[in-house]
Design a protein around this ligand. Structure first.
Ligand code: SF4
Length: 687
């Protein structure tokens, strides 16, 4: 649809597809032609403008001296002065690591960058991490160790248009990113998911397959398929020799997982494994894509690695028209993990423990490299340490609702309550903001400038269409204001100035943005990182000639099946898995407040096989208690005859007593420190 005069070209505030939008001066949204969405939006994108003038919009700082008092409006000077005074006192008494910072994968690149700098330079704390730890860290770690770099899709999504076969491992994109399905319309799809999701239905309609493994056994399925690929002669021997290392080690494990043995563990028919491998091998344009279903496990890095091993054996990564990729979830899930809000990273995807990286970034920041703290705790470990001896006593949260989105959320709420100081910057009163001592009201997507990096590593301009309400500041202004109050210089609030500093800090790093400028983006250039110089065209496709390891080769890694951390037993006989629904996003802070979306999905539910429901004394539409070893979530029963009888599903978008994370297990992947959201043991009871 052509724009009306005065509309601003920007992108949806929600997921990593970053669909193109027009937004006018009254906050009305229209779909915009852009390669990822081709003029389409999902219901979330269409209704995003409803939150700009929402009656619950935060428009003034709120404060309270004691948690048993209500939050009351104050001026910005009072709020900044109080926060700075409390932070100074805590740091003096307990040291810099007594203050922690929690960021988000929805923050712009500029915010993620400045927040990381604020933590390391203004606060001097190592205690910073972000909610991307919950959704992309296993894929990122697997990509780094296999390919030497982590860019979710190392090719543009438009490359998928001509795909003949696409395997989606743990991805329900028909609900999470509906416009992305438009790029898969000609492909035979294979969907791997314990649930028969709308994406699985599309797979069946495409002449493909829906494979439904037991939750927590995806890695076995991938091993069985690798075994089939090798034994049935489908591996690409020339590719293995020329472009990879480590096959023999990986094969030593996969050799023990012949498809029939894998079937006994994962529940997927051996014949289906062989069929899918045959389809991949017989096509000339084929892809394997993973998402949260493969990643959110205590062994998520190894599970993603197992899918990469299969893709490498078939010769997919780096070949024209084929590839391996991971589908990043949050709006800036890709850029948000590149520029320093992660506990172990500095801008440009540099590692904070690397002396060369520290020297480079310290040079840009004008500080002594030795003054930069080392790696801090990961998100789950950081939250678990709050208020404990030796743990942080103050937490500053930007753009995240950890009281709902973190695993074992009842424990998280108790840890937030144990803090001396909780400060939350948000634009709506989410559950975490309502638990805070100080709430700072910030601008929304259509009220600010910045950049986002979408799921294909393309840097995009977020543009301001209207002013924020009076009294509201941008996140950058909040960070700059707090730094000024702390007496620290070097924290500009202008987005382009921050971006130019980010470019310098990222220069020479894996995620090199040095050649990307607002001018180039505003001129319409499609720039994917790395883009090391202003005359560099960007890199839409990685790995065409070499992978990012020093020897240019991709790594097979030997990975084997390990049981989920928590298995069903007599008391908790079912496996619970969690995920998203079409009309809600993340913790639901935003979408639960959009009347049109809340009307479609107003409350939590538990999908359960009718026989399993009957055994628990439950029927369709009744309220159930979903009970794990950590807590109980309330959900309305939906009987789904296609669901595995040993499995139940909960959406994670709801708060209070309906929060799915009341039951989830905070056990972590040993490499990525990602929690095991995708499987824990539960029982059902009538509520
Ligand atoms: Fe597009 Fe994602 Fe926004 Fe939906 S939520 S409109 S798929 S960017």
């Amino acid at each position: 649809m052509p724009p009306v005069s005065g509309d601003i070209a920007t992108h949806c505030p929600y997921c990593a597809l970053q669909c193109g939008q027009w937004v006018d001066g009254d906050g009305r949204v229209d779909a915009r032609e852009f390669p990822t969405n081709r003029g389409g939006l999902c219901q979330k994108g269409w209704t995003a403008g409803a939150l700009l003038a929402h009656p619950e919009r935060l428009t003034t700082p709120l404060m309270r001296a004691h948690r048993d008092e209500p939050l009351a409006p104050v001026g910005w000077d009072t709020a900044f002065g109080y926060v700075a005074q409390r932070l100074r006192a805590l740091r003096t008494e307990h040291g810099p690591d007594s203050v922690a910072v929690f960021g988000a994968g929805g923050l712009t690149n500029e915010k993620a960058y400045l927040l990381g700098k604020f933590a390391r330079v203004a606060l001097g704390t190592s205690q910073i991490d972000y909610n991307g730890r919950y959704c992309m860290s296993s894929a990122a770690a697997a990509g780094n160790r296999a390919f030497g770099v982590d860019r979710g899709l190392p090719f543009p999504v438009t490359d998928l248009d001509d795909a003949e076969v696409v395997v989606l491992a743990g991805a329900n994109i028909a609900e999470t990113m509906p416009p992305l399905m438009g790029h898969l319309s000609t492909a035979r799809l294979v969907v791997i998911d314990p649930r028969r999701t709308p994406t699985a239905e599309r797979a069946l309609a495409s002449g493909g397959l829906h494979l439904a493994p037991v939750p927590g056994t995806d890695l076995v399925l991938a091993l069985g398929m690798l075994h089939a690929a090798v034994v049935d002669g489908h591996f690409d021997a020339d590719y293995l020799i020329e472009r990879t290392t480590g096959f023999d080690d990986a094969w030593r494990v996969a050799a023990q997982w012949w498809p029939e043995r894998a079937e006994r563990v994962c529940g997927v028919a051996a014949a289906d494994m062989r069929t899918v491998v045959g389809w991949l091998a017989g096509a000339s344009r084929r892809y394997v894509l993973t998402a949260r279903g493969a990643e959110q496990h205590a062994h998520g890095v190894d599970t993603v690695t197992a899918w990469i091993n299969l893709a490498l054996a078939l010769g997919l990564p780096g070949c024209p028209g084929s590839g391996f990729g991971t589908i990043t979830g949050q709006g800036n899930g890709q850029g948000g993990r590149e520029h320093g809000q992660k506990s172990d990273q500095l801008p440009g995807y540099r590692m904070i423990a690397d002396p060369v990286a520290r020297a480079h970034v310290a040079g840009v920041w004008g500080v002594d490299p030795d003054s930069l703290p080392g790696p801090g705790r990961s998100a789950t470990e950081l939250l678990a340490a709050l208020g404990r001896p030796g743990g942080p006593k103050a937490l500053l949260v930007f753009g995240s609702n950890v009281a709902v989105s973190a695993p074992d959320s009842r424990a998280v709420s108790a840890q937030l309550a144990a803090l001396d100081l909780l400060v939350v910057a948000d634009f709506l009163p989410g559950e975490t903001a309502l638990a805070a001592d100080v709430v700072l009201p910030v601008a929304q997507w259509a009220e600010e400038e910045g950049t986002m990096t979408n799921l294909e590593g393309r840097v995009l301009r977020r543009r301001q269409a209207l002013d924020p309400p009076p009294g509201v500041r941008t996140d950058l202004e909040v960070i700059a204001g707090l730094a000024a109050e702390l007496g620290v210089t070097g924290f500009p609030a202008d987005p382009e100035t921050v971006f130019d500093e980010l470019r310098a800090a990222s220069a020479g790093g894996l995620a090199d943005y040095a050649g990307i400028s607002y001018d180039r983006l505003d001129a319409g250039e499609a720039l994917h990182w790395p883009c090391p110089a202003t005359d560099h065209p960007g890199t839409p496709r990685l790995f065409a000639d070499r992978f990012a390891h020093a020897d240019g080769r991709a790594r097979f890694l030997a990975v084997d099946h390990v049981e989920s951390a928590e298995l069903p037993d007599a008391e908790h006989p079912l496996r619970a898995t969690t995920g998203r629904v079409l009309v809600h996003y993340q913790s639901g802070t935003q979408t639960r407040r959009v009347a049109e979306l809340a009307g479609i999905a107003p409350e939590s539910f538990v999908e359960v096989h009718p026989d399993t429901a009957a055994r628990a004394g439950l029927a369709e539409g009744e309220w159930a208690r979903v009970v794990s070893r950590r807590g109980t979530a309330l959900a309305r029963v939906r009987c789904i005859s296609s669901l595995r009888p040993d499995t139940v599903f909960l959406p994670f978008h709801f708060g209070a007593e309906q929060a799915a994370n009341l039951v989830t297990n905070p056990v972590l992947d040993p490499i990525s420190r990602m929690p095991e959201f995708k499987v824990c043991a539960v029982r059902l009871e009538p509520a």
